[in-house]
Ligand binder design. Sequence first.
Ligand SMILES: *Cc1c(COP(=O)(O)O)cnc(C)c1O
Length: 365
Amino acid sequence: MLPIRSNIKAMRPYSPGKPVEEVQRELGLTEIVKLASNENPLGPSPMAIKAVQEAALGMNVYPDASAFKLKQAIAAKFNVQADQVLVGNGSDELIHLLGLIFLNGPEDEIIVGDPSFVRYDASAQIAAAKLTKIPLDATLTHDLAAMADAVTPATRMIWVANPNNPTGTLVRRAEFERFLARVPEDIVIVLDEAYAEFAATEADYPSSLDYLDTGRVVGLRTFSKAYGLAGLRVGYGFAPAVIVDAIDRAREPFNVNALAQAGAIAALQDDDFIRRTIAMNAKGRDRLWDAFLSVGAKPVETYANFICADMGVPAEPLFEALLREGIIVRSGHVLGLPTYLRVSIGNSAEIDKFIVALTGVCAQV
Ligand SMILES: *Cc1c(COP(=O)(O)O)cnc(C)c1O
C-alpha cells in the first residue's frame, strides 16, 4: 500500500457549487442561472480586465515573488504597514498556510463555528490536528462565548468567519471584544472577512484592522467576492509581521501569479465598482427576503452577498427541483443545515428567474 497519510485519506475533497456546464449537459438545459458560489453578478471591474490584458503581454516572465506593488497598494488603502500584509492564491491558500505554520499533529487544536467555512476544517485535517466545532447559536450566529469556553491548553487558533458563510450572520464589536478579552493571549484569532465590503456599512462591524495591534488577530479578505475576481485567485489579509514572515518561509515563491497581481492592483482602485456592487446587492437581498417570506420560508438576516433560508422541509428535493428549472443554488444538506437553501444574490434578471422558479417549486410540495 502506498504511504498516503491516514489523515489525508480520511478527508473529503471540497465540493464546489455545481458548474454551469455540468448542469447543461446533465439536464439538457441551455439557460442556467448559477447562484451558488457568491460570485459578483456585475462581472469583473473593467479596470481589472484592462490591467490583466496588459499584463498578459509580459507573462513569459516570472511574477514578482514578493508581490511588492500589490502589497504596497493594499497597505496604502487600509493604512497598515506593507510587512503586515498577506497575499495568496485566493484566501483559500492563506487559510491553508495559516494551518501549516501553526498546527502540527493531534497536540494542536483549532476551534471553529458549526456550520462555518469548511476550509478551516481542512487546514486542521491536513495537519492531523484536533478540530473542535462549536454550534452556532439559535440565530445562526457564531457563539463566541461558547467558543471561548471551549479553549483548552491545546488550542492554537480560533476561526471566526464574519459575516459567516453559509449563514450570512454577523458578530458585532461588543461581543467580539468580550471574546478577545477572555481568550488567552497565545491563541491566534482569525477573522475571515471574505464579505467585509457588504458588512462594512454596519457601524459596529469589528474590522480585523482595528485589532491588528493586539499581535494575535489575523484578518483575511479576498478579491473573489465584492471585487468580482474569483477566477483570478487573489486573497489578502492583515497579520502581525511575524506571521507574515513565517508564511513567507512556508509558501510557494510565486503563489500569486502576474496577471492576478496586476488585476488586483487595478481592482483596488475601482471604488465606483464596489459602490455599485454593494448597492445592487442590497436591492437584491431585500427582494429575496420578501420572496422567501412569500413562500412560507424563514430567511436569515444576512450581511453578505448570499442569503440563507429555512424552508421548513428537507431542502435537497427543492434544490433538485430548482436545478431542473435551470437554477443552481446551494443545498443546506452539504452545508450542515439540511432544511436550508443558500442563494447568492444575483442581478435583477437572475433574481426574477429565481423567484419564478422558487414559487413554482414550493407550490408543488
Ligand atoms: C469564498 C470564501 C473564501 C475563499 O475565497 P477565495 O479568496 O476565493 O479563496 C474564504 N472564506 C470565506 C468565508 C468565503 O466565503
